[in-house]
Design a protein around this ligand. Structure first.
Ligand code: FES
Length: 167
């Protein structure tokens, strides 16, 4: 279903905030991501139409802003900071360990749709390096053991929250 069908009032509210409707592009992209989990091709086209913007301009914004996604991401978004203070405390090795454990590379999602890994810049918790965010929640002073335990916990949590399938 289109955003205009489900969020007409919100869209109008955002449009009313700006003298130039192009300026509403970020709130509308955020709205689409909230609604669908990522900014779908249909949503890109719809937003381009609403704001009278070029589709390629919108795709450029999604590519530029790391918090926007144009493809589905895993249930758990693992954002490991590899910026300098975290790197000095072993973040690169930790990221490689994470990739090995999950069998994917940064930017990829596991085939079961559970995990997406991203290497990110400083998340403002350098005093607790190395740091990883899981769906926005901080996990600090990480090492391989803590990381393994965290993955186990997340898998267990996912099992509990997923409805059982019966044939
Ligand atoms: S460098 Fe990793 S949190 Fe700042």
């Amino acid at each position: 279903m289109a955003l205009l069908d489900t969020h007409k009032e919100d869209i109008e509210r955002h449009l009313a905030k700006y003298p130039d409707k192009h300026s509403a592009v970020m709130p509308l992209l955020a709205m689409a991501q909230e609604e669908y989990g990522y900014v779908t091709q249909d949503a890109i086209g719809e937003i381009a139409g609403i704001l009278d913007l070029d589709v390629t301009h919108i795709k450029g914004l999604i590519g530029f802003y790391t918090m926007l996604y144009d493809r589905p991401k895993g249930k758990y978004l693992l954002q490991i900071c590899t910026d300098l203070p975290c790197a000095l405390r072993g973040a690169e090795a930790l990221s490689e360990h994470l990739c090995r454990k999950l069998g994917i590379q940064p930017g990829e999602t596991t085939p079961d749709g559970l995990f997406t890994i991203e290497n990110v810049k400083c998340v403002a918790a350098c005093d607790c390096a190395p740091v990883m965010q899981v769906n926005g929640h901080y996990h600090e002073n990480l090492d391989e053991e803590k990381l393994n335990k965290l993955l186990e916990d997340l898998r267990r949590e996912a099992e509990v929250s997923e409805p059982a399938h019966y044939d």
